[in-house]
Design a protein around this ligand. Structure first.
Ligand SMILES: [Zn+2]
Length: 339
């Protein structure tokens, strides 16, 4: 038995931070790292930020009547990079920026795009989640990225429930809620995916993270996440996308779902072992061992910061951060049927 007064985790203090939230590691890279853009055809490009900024994908759809962007990056400097990459390819204005979910790595770049005259769009649920959580994320993350973070956040005013088509000229980008306020969490409680019909590109937000360590501690229910992956498989069968773009990691095909299932199964099993099925808190020593076990199991995987934030939250919050059973009365994500 542990002593009653033994610390159950670490806490952090409000800004200015007296200590970093996480110790920095060389594999995270640095602020000068620049990321890269790939052309996936049909006028669709994907900019991926460096691991230092979580390898977040911003998709941009170029048309002769304007540009649509999916996800706005964590740090303003990478939002500015996305804008430069767009301006290097077109003179057209950025019409819309859609947020796939409320997490800061997909929304904190919003003010930069707003300044460019873009309209911010998200589900109503995501907009409310951004409004309710951005301040707390800013506090938490300032212990990591400090002055590199934005000084303000922006909430989409153009909101929708279930689905919305963004038209630029004759090109449509179809947004649809994959999970909403009635479902429990996979990677996030809110997920909006995007289908770009003319290019046959499907953006699946953070439901899959191919080749990358996954953030898994936002009240994540592993069984629910598996249901989502099953639904995604059906959706992919219906749409037969040419390219699937995840929220993090390289664009690819349906194989990324198998990889995500393997990752979640392994990590859930290891967490369960170390936390004795949720009975025991994650000690400092065990956290180090668990981290090493996960890295040994997936040695090629990049993007270590989400893993370290997940482990930190798991230690701070306990098993509620990562549910290996389903909460009573939980509603599984439903398969969208309106496409
Ligand atoms: Zn993300």
């Amino acid at each position: 038995m542990e002593e009653n007064n033994s610390p159950r985790g670490q806490f952090f203090v409000a800004p200015p931070m007296t200590a970093p939230v996480l110790p920095w590691r060389p594999e995270y890279g640095g602020i000068e790292d620049s990321g890269q853009t790939v052309d996936i055809g049909g006028g669709v490009h994907v900019y991926s930020s460096p691991d230092y900024a979580l390898d977040v994908n911003s998709v941009f759809v170029l048309t002769s009547d304007g540009v649509v962007v999916l996800d706005s990056q964590l740090l303003p400097r990478h939002a500015e990079t996305v804008i430069r990459e767009i301006q290097a390819r077109t003179d057209q204005p950025i019409r819309y920026v859609s947020n796939s979910h409320h997490h800061p790595d997909h929304t904190f770049g919003n003010p930069v795009f707003l300044e460019q005259g873009a309209e911010l769009v998200s589900s109503y649920f995501t907009a409310r989640m951004i409004d309710g959580s951005a301040f707390w994320y800013l506090m938490f993350l300032s212990g990591m990225w400090g002055e590199h973070l934005p000084s303000a956040y922006a909430v989409p005013r153009q909101t929708f429930v279930r689905s919305r088509e963004l038209w630029v000229g004759r090109t449509a980008v179809q947004l649809f809620e994959f999970t909403d306020s009635t479902t429990v969490a996979g990677e996030s409680v809110d997920v909006t995916m995007a289908w770009i019909p003319h290019a046959r590109v499907l953006h699946v937000a953070d439901v899959v993270w191919p080749g990358a360590h996954t953030f898994f501690a936002d009240g994540t229910s592993v069984p629910d996440w598996f249901i989502q992956l099953g639904h995604l498989r059906e959706l992919i069968k219906d749409l037969s996308p040419r390219v699937i773009v995840p929220g993090h990691g390289a664009p690819g095909d349906v194989g990324m779902i198998d990889a995500q299932e393997r990752y979640l199964l392994s990590v859930a099993r290891m967490v369960e072992d170390y936390c004795r099925g949720g009975e025991a808190p994650l000690t400092d020593d065990d956290k180090v061992k668990l981290r090493q076990d996960i890295i040994n199991e997936f040695p090629q995987y990049r993007n270590h910061i989400p893993l370290d934030i997940s482990l930190q939250l798991l230690q701070m919050l306990g098993p509620v951060a990562f549910l290996i059973g389903r909460p009573d009365g939980a509603t599984a994500a439903r398969l969208p049927t309106f496409l």
